[in-house]
Design a binder for this molecule. Sequence first.
Ligand code: F6P
Length: 378
Amino acid sequence: MARKRVGILTSGGDAPGMNAAIRAVFRRVKAVSPDHEVVLFREGLNGLAGRLEVNFDRNIDRTRVRDIIHRGGTFIGSGRLVELADPPETVVGAERDAWLRRQREIIDTAVVNLRQLGLDAIVVIGGDGSFKGCAVIATAYEQRFQNPLRVVGVPGTIDNDIWGTEFSIGFDTALNNTVDALRKLRDTIDSHRRCAVLEVMGNSSGWIALAAGIAGGAVTIMLPEVEETYRIESVLERIRTAARLDYRYIIVVMAEGVRKVSGRPRLGEELVRLIEDDLEIREALGRPLEARLNTIGYLARGGHPTAFDNLLASRLGVAAADEALNGANVPVMVGLVNNQVAVHPLSEVTKHSPRLVRPDDELLRVAGSLLVHANQPF
Ligand code: F6P
């Protein structure tokens, strides 16, 4: 069997379970043949496009991936390289030229590094931004050296917004961290008969908010994908109903993405003020409802991975190693579909990602039945 060399990098926002995925890729590659070599890039795409001598570990052995499975984050580091994507429309003139120059530099350095290392395949554990970046690098590599570079994506992001997989690595841990935060909030909100608005991560998608809001028993959930859920009047109506129904605690889960889509960067702050000033709520309670805004932020992304995330990472890591060693010469991503490992062309994944909450999503229907509605009679 020909000796192969496989590179691994973690990219984008770190996600709990990434370490288990690195370990699984390493172990599977070595299990297929101890002669195969695994190379680790540090600091994500920054390492791939950086100075080779300080950014990678060549021919790692078992001890390098020992004692990492329980740790959150990624032990090889992660990072974003925004200039790998095309400049947004707001970047114009000289700034745009500088962006495109930097983009060229990044791609050139990355393809030369990959060539120097003599990699047969690279496994990228990250989100759709990282996949898009690696696809661009792979195309440039092929054009320059007339030789394809095998790219295998493994979905690793707490946002769960990757097309082609039911779950991405890290989502379950972030969800559990968020539900844990909601439970803690509930204790104090209940004691004071207050309202809490919890802002949660998720970028442009509302998956964390939707799942955590259902699992944590929120009164209402504000999702960037569904305008009705973040219209202030509609949120207030739901809170008024909860006040009339004599809730001791009123919890609103707000996805961070609603600030952007609503065009109200201080939406959470505005909402809290409107809740406290609302006359109907005052009338229902016989007093103003005190409200507090909380942001779970990066706390949702940290901590040891759940068993689910480590299991998912191990399954996808093994599948990714097999693809890296024996797959077709087109970029692919491994994912979970109907609880089975599936392999998709990376171009399809990036075309349909980020995967957002759709109006016909089952979870949305569930939320529709369980949350508090305006003028709810029971
Ligand atoms: O994509 C994961 C994520 O945590 C998003 O939920 C969030 O919007 C973003 O990363 C934060 O990015 P950064 O770590 O670069 O601040």
